[in-house]
Design a protein around this ligand. Structure first.
Ligand code: DSN
Length: 417
């Protein structure tokens, strides 16, 4: 039984109407949120399968419930594929999310009150890397590093100085709004020098790493966490990699430390996504994601929009919209009126509050999945620049909305039939 047969049993009209509306929204709009993607039908089918019925607390071969022989097979496949794809000695595929993967890593590596040195949230760090209201900021002492004022890039000498000055137990590398290559060997060398463990959260770039389009943290970091739904294009969820010894601690930190029963339907979907990610087509996809991002950034700059740090090495970019006279929020709203979806974002050293912000974050994973190529990026940049130049001009908005609709129709996400 899978989502493919859902039409036979759609009795809950209220819910299915909203699900259908979301499907239509995704088809109609061009998705530029850098952390989103469109999973395959097979990934979604696994999430709608009978595995949702099963309790499987514990790990394969050591469960607290009977009847786990089939979910054990699924979890073993998922773990083996994760290890193979990323070249890691051990994997835990149970985290419900990236935050829970990070919780397990922190519990395994730290005692409450210990110090973490992480990327500043204002400069593109993740919520679970020290936000004061997140578990990370509540239970640990957070010190941060950021990007430099002129280059808007991380300077590893400055990270080292900060690490020497603060002596953290864990150095956390990984970002949600940083468009440049992360230097994992340099982070590892600093961690070794100050006696810290290195935790890398590669949520945003997991797909690029899987396809060898970004240097891997595996072999440099003590623990690697990620989400499986961003560039990796799997189901919503988390995953942890480490050596076998550390994984013993991670396993018990996750269950029973952080979670109860794993979501075995999601674990099955992760297994399927990991297989997809090991294909040559996935490598070609990730190359295209980066090519599209570079092309989009170059065309935006040609149209007078400043791209933070002058460009991108990965799947995303931050665009400073200050010159248009708009806030990031107003830019996000204007673009949503023409069916281009993105999110407002602080830029480094932003003077505006996070709910207004001076920038927008744009990513190419989702539009690349539906087939957009570099030749479409010039049009995309043109639409963005036109709308941000005249956000209240109905004739501009109508024209751009029509052109976006035409391209969206030409590149369906889930073609019918
Ligand atoms: N919330 C995710 C993002 O949009 O980047 C990860 O922090």
């Amino acid at each position: 039984m899978s989502v493919q047969t859902e039409s036979e049993m759609r009795t809950d009209r209220a819910v299915w109407a909203a699900v259908d509306a979301e499907g239509e929204r995704e088809e109609r709009q061009l998705e530029l949120i850098a952390s989103e993607n469109h999973a395959s039908r097979e990934v979604m089918a696994a999430m709608g399968s009978v595995l949702t019925n099963k309790y499987a607390e514990g790990y394969p071969g050591k469960r607290y419930y009977g009847g786990c022989e089939h979910v054990d097979v699924v979890e073993d496949i998922a773990r083996a594929r994760a290890k193979e794809l990323f070249g890691a000695a051990a994997a835990n595929v149970q985290p419900h999310s990236g935050t829970q993967a990070n919780m397990a890593a922190c519990i395994a590596l730290l005692a409450p009150g210990d110090r973490i040195l992480a990327m500043s949230l204002d400069h593109g760090g993740h919520l679970s890397h020290g936000h004061p209201k997140n578990f990370s900021g509540i239970f640990y002492a957070i010190e941060s590093y950021g990007v430099e004022k002129g280059s808007e890039r991380i300077d590893m000498d400055r990270v080292r100085e900060k690490a020497l000055a603060t002596r953290p137990k864990v150095i956390l590398a990984g970002a949600s709004a940083y468009s440049r290559t992360l230097d994992f060997p340099a982070f590892a060398a600093i961690a070794r020098e100050v006696g810290a463990k290195l935790l890398v959260d590669m949520a945003h770039i997991a797909g690029l790493v899987a396809a060898r389009q970004h240097p891997t943290p595996v072999g440099h970091a003590d623990v690697v966490t990620m989400t499986t739904h961003k560039t990796l294009r799997g189901p919503r969820g988390g995953l942890v990699l480490s050596d076998e010894e550390t994984m013993k601690k991670i396993n018990s930190a996750l269950f029973p430390g952080v979670q109860g029963g794993p979501l075995m339907h999601v674990v099955a979907a992760k297994a399927i996504a990991l297989r997809e990610a090991s294909s040559p087509a996935f490598v070609a996809y990730q190359k295209r994601v980066i090519e599209n991002a570079r092309t989009l950034a170059a065309h935006l700059e040609q149209r007078g929009l400043r791209v933070v740090s002058g460009g991108t090495d990965n799947h995303l970019m931050l665009v400073d919209v200050t010159a248009t006279g708009l806030t990031g929020k107003a830019a996000e709203d204007a673009l949503s009126r023409v069916d281009l979806t993105c999110n407002k974002n602080l830029i480094p050293y932003d003077q505006k509050p996070p709910m207004q912000a001076s920038g927008i974050r744009l990513g190419t994973p989702a539009v690349t999945t539906r087939g957009l190529a570099p030749e479409h990026m010039a049009r995309l940049a043109g639409w963005i620049a036109d709308v941000l130049a005249k956000p209240a001009d109905e004739s501009v908005l109508r024209r751009v909305r029509d052109e976006v609709a035409e391209v969206a129709r030409a590149f369906p996400i889930y073609p019918r039939g």
